[in-house]
Every structure is written in structure tokens, then in C-alpha cells.
Design a protein around this ligand. Structure first.
Ligand code: 1GP
Length: 248
């Protein structure tokens, strides 16, 4: 396992009040010609990380997408795996996700046991992350594939208690996600309430499409935002989203 460079960088950014932006690339969904445009726009805009993964990667694109991005830029590549098959040495780090909003033991410990021996020998930095799925107004792939219920968007108290428990269990980051392509992104009230009770870096994603929403989430206490669908539709949006995050 690699040094804890990426996580240390996030902790330092949080301490200094700096915010971070990740662009999500789903190897299964992203059209190949789009990846190059997204990567170039991300480099120019100063995006901090690429998150790579999806609920269902059905093709064999993971390694080639990682290699293709690495050829074009030096932005750190972070695996955001939907299951224990989405592993590759070509990335820099992996979010070792526990789906703590759900009650599916496979996604709380089962797949982790399967992945652990691979990760122990791998050069990847392993970052344990409590993943909290929030209802985004539409049934997302994560919800179906994980066989879990999302936290209702108006149940801030459940999100707060779940986040607290995740931090107490020793998880190093928390991720509030409305799911890719969410109609309704995570409400700012929920972000603010969660950010108010935990000390670990807070990731927020799902349905973020505009710099205005990005800024509102950062003001509410998000440390790292993740955007996928909006930039897949129009890579030109990366510039304005990155400018909002860097200028915060
Ligand atoms: C999903 O948070 C990510 O896990 C990104 O969501 O594709 O809606 O931006 P979008």
C-alpha cells in the first residue's frame, strides 16, 4: 500500500479552508472521444482529482481509461469502485467504500474482505470512506445495484447520526452522494448539518450541475465536490466549476 499522500493533502486543504474538485469518469458510460476532452479541460481548469468508477462497469475499459488519462495529465486517479472487481494498479488511490447508509452486509464488509489481499500488495493508497446515499428524486443505479434504501433527503437527523457513527468507526472520509444523474442534489441543509458534527473531510456529489450549486455546497461545509454527468454532457462546464471551487 502506498503512502498516505493524497489523504494528507486533503487534510491539509481542509485545515487551510481550501476546497477540492473531482471529476467522475465512468469507464462504462463515458464515450471514448469525450474522455480526452474532459481530461484536457480538467487539466486546464485545475481539477484536483479524477474519480474513476461506476455502479456497473460492464466493459473492459477500466485499465485502458486509466492508462489513457495518465498519458495526458498528472491529475491523481482515484478509484471509486462499484464493486470489488473494479480494481487496478494503474490508479493512485482507492476509496475503500462502506455503504453506511445501507444495511447490505456485502457492501459494509463482504466485498472488503475479498479486495483486502489485492489492496495489501497493491501500490494504491487506500482511503476508508463512509458512503451515504441520499435520495436524489430518481432511482439511481447505485440504489438498484446496492439493494439499499437511500436516506430520505429531508431526514437530516438520519444523515447526521450515520455520519457520526461512520467517523466513530474510524472511517477517514464521508461521502454524501445523491447518485449519478440525480434530479435533486444533496440539500445544503443536510451538508451543513453533517459538516457541523464531523471532523473528517466531507465529499459531496450527485446532480451538481452549476457553479452556483457548487458554491452553495462549499459554503455549507463540503470539502470536496464530485461532478460527473454535467461534464460528460458538456466538458466545457469543467472550467466554470473548477473556477468556482478554486476561487472559493
Ligand atoms: C456520483 O457523485 C457522483 O457518484 C457524480 O454525480 O454524475 O450526477 O455529477 P453526477
Amino acid at each position: 500500500m502506498a503512502d498516505r499522500q493524497l489523504y494528507q493533502g486533503l487534510l491539509e486543504a481542509k485545515k487551510n479552508g481550501e476546497k477540492r474538485l473531482a471529476v467522475l469518469i465512468d469507464p462504462d458510460k463515458t464515450r471514448t472521444r469525450h474522455v480526452d476532452r474532459i481530461v484536457d479541460a480538467a487539466s486546464e481548469g485545475g481539477v484536483h482529482y479524477f474519480f474513476i468508477g461506476g455502479s456497473l462497469v460492464v466493459n473492459d475499459m477500466l485499465d485502458s481509461v486509466l492508462a489513457g488519462i495518465r498519458e495526458r495529465c498528472s491529475i491523481p486517479l482515484v478509484l471509486f469502485p462499484g464493486n470489488s472487481f473494479q480494481l487496478s494498479y494503474r490508479a493512485d488511490a482507492i476509496l475503500f467504500l462502506s455503504l453506511i447508509s445501507g444495511r447490505n452486509p456485502e457492501l459494509l464488509i463482504g466485498q472488503h474482505v475479498v479486495a483486502a489481499p489485492f489492496l495489501r500488495l497493491s501500490p494504491l493508497e487506500v482511503i476508508s470512506t463512509g458512503y451515504m446515499l441520499v435520495d436524489g428524486g430518481v432511482q439511481t443505479s447505485v440504489q438498484y445495484m446496492s439493494n439499499t434504501y437511500p436516506i430520505p433527503a429531508n431526514k437530516t437527523d438520519i444523515a447526521v447520526c450515520t455520519a457520526l457513527a461512520g467517523e466513530m468507526l474510524g472511517l477517514k472520509m464521508l461521502y454524501l452522494d445523491a447518485g449519478s444523474g440525480a434530479l435533486n442534489p444533496v440539500p445544503e441543509a443536510m451538508i451543513e448539518a453533517v459538516a457541523g458534527v464531523v471532523g473528517v473531510p466531507l465529499i459531496v456529489g450527485g446532480g451538481i450541475r452549476t457553479p452556483e450549486k457548487a458554491l452553495a455546497d462549499l459554503r455549507a461545509g463540503a470539502d470536496l465536490l464530485v461532478v460527473g454527468t454535467a461534464v460528460e454532457e458538456d466538458p466545457g462546464r469543467i472550467r466554470e466549476l473548477a473556477a468556482a471551487v478554486r476561487g472559493f
